[in-house]
Write a protein that binds this ligand. Structure first.
Ligand code: BEZ
Length: 217
């Protein structure tokens, strides 16, 4: 099944390192990140899970739950968790799904047979509090993901959901943002009474509205 932006995230029940999970119920009113790993006891995945565990306080601050997935069983996950703690200096602090029957991987199209027949690729889905898919990323098994980038996208998604702005290339929290092109200058004056810097009529910058509160989202 293809899962596209704006679709409702497929719901599922699964076994995890923190017990059974019913996905939509588990998300509750928060946002969620679901990300897949090709296989347990593999080097790149080990570093990725350590990286996410270290960033967990940042995801918590933004009201985002994190959920990993690998197609091996819970016993393997538990043995691997001990390795992750020993080598990455941080214990797994979020659930890891044991998708032995690959039902979740298939529902989210995480197996790309022309890349690898039985293992998942490195997928990431950001899901909002309405259970809608807001971002999907696919990386090959050989390339570890940049989870700072996932945090950056969450900041952009949350900011642009509640303000009439978009974020430019390489934007990060605190940088100037762009007034939506769909907003006329008259409409923009109402929303941004302090004005803007226009480099072109369609390229109008204002300060990051979320920077006033100090921390992201
Ligand atoms: C890894 O996590 O290191 C890995 C997993 C599957 C294929 C290649 C690398």
């Amino acid at each position: 099944m293809t899962v596209r932006l704006g679709d409702t995230a497929p719901d599922f029940s699964a076994t995890s390192t923190e017990g059974p999970i019913r996905f939509h119920e588990w998300i509750g009113d928060d946002w969620a990140i679901l990300f897949s790993h090709p296989k347990d006891f593999t080097p790149v995945c080990t570093t990725e899970l350590g990286a996410v565990a270290k960033l967990k306080p940042e995801f918590d601050k933004r009201g985002v739950k994190v959920l990993g997935l690998s197609v091996d069983g819970v016993e393997d996950h538990e043995g691997w968790s001990r390795d992750i703690e020993a080598t990455q200096g941080v214990a797994l602090n979020f659930p890891l799904i044991a998708d032995k029957d690959r039902s979740v991987s298939e529902a989210y199209d995480m197996i790309h047979p022309n890349a690898e027949a039985t293992q998942t690729v490195r997928s990431v889905f950001v899901i909002d509090n309405n259970k809608k898919i807001r971002l999907s990323l696919t990386y090959p098994a050989s390339t570890g993901r940049n989870f700072d980038e996932i945090l950056r996208v969450v900041d952009s998604l949350k900011l642009t959901s509640t303000n009439s702005v978009a974020t430019p290339a390489n934007w990060k929290h605190g940088d100037d943002v762009i007034i939506l092109a769909a907003l006329s200058d008259e409409q923009a004056k109402e929303k941004f009474p302090d004005g803007w810097r226009a480099e072109r009529p369609y390229l109008r910058y204002v300060p990051d509205p979320s920077a006033r509160e100090g921390s992201p989202a």
